[in-house]
Design a protein around this ligand. Structure first.
Ligand code: HEC
Length: 109
C-alpha cells in the first residue's frame, strides 16, 4: 500500500512539474561534463568510496531530477559525490540540468 501511494505521489509531482516553466537545457551544457563520467553509461557503477549503482537520469522527469539534486544539496539525501556536486550548483543550474536530462532521455528513446 505504501508503495502504491508513493507511485501516486510521484505521478502527481510530475504532472505539477510539467506546468512549471522549464529550465534551459542549452544553458546546462557546460555543466553536463561534471555528470557524464558517471551518469552517461547505462548500468555503470561508481567505485568510490564503495561500489554504487549509478542511476540512469536521462529521461526522468525534470521535477524529479530537480527534487533529487535539491535533496542532496540540503543533505536530506546523502551520497558523498552527489552531495558534494549538488552543493556547488546554483538553483538555476539545477533547473537547467534537470531540463537537459529530461529532454535528452525523450530524444534518445
Ligand atoms: C562520481 C560519480 C557521479 C558523478 C560525477 C555524478 N553523479 Fe549523480 N549519482 C551518482 C550515484 C552513485 C548516485 C546514486 C546515489 C544514491 O544512492 O543516492 C547518483 C544519483 C544522482 C541523482 C538521483 C537519481 C535518482 O534516480 O534518484 C541525480 C538526479 C544525479 N545523480 C544527478 C547528477 C548530476 C546532474 C551530475 C552532474 C552535475 C551528477 N549526478 C554527477 C554518481 C555520480
Amino acid at each position: 500500500m505504501k508503495r502504491i501511494l508513493f507511485v501516486i505521489a510521484l505521478a502527481a509531482a510530475s504532472v505539477a512539474s510539467a506546468q512549471q516553466p522549464a529550465g534551459d537545457p542549452k544553458a546546462a551544457e557546460p555543466y553536463i561534463s561534471m555528470c557524464t563520467g558517471c551518469h552517461s553509461i547505462p548500468g555503470y557503477q561508481s567505485s568510490f568510496p564503495h561500489v554504487h549503482r549509478v542511476p540512469k537520469i536521462a529521461g526522468q522527469s525534470a521535477g524529479y531530477l530537480e527534487a533529487a539534486l535539491r535533496a542532496y544539496a540540503k543533505g536530506e539525501r546523502s551520497h558523498p559525490t552527489m552531495t558534494g556536486i549538488a552543493k556547488t550548483l546554483t538553483d538555476k543550474q539545477i533547473v537547467d540540468i534537470a531540463a537537459y536530462y529530461a529532454e535528452r532521455g525523450a530524444a534518445s528513446k
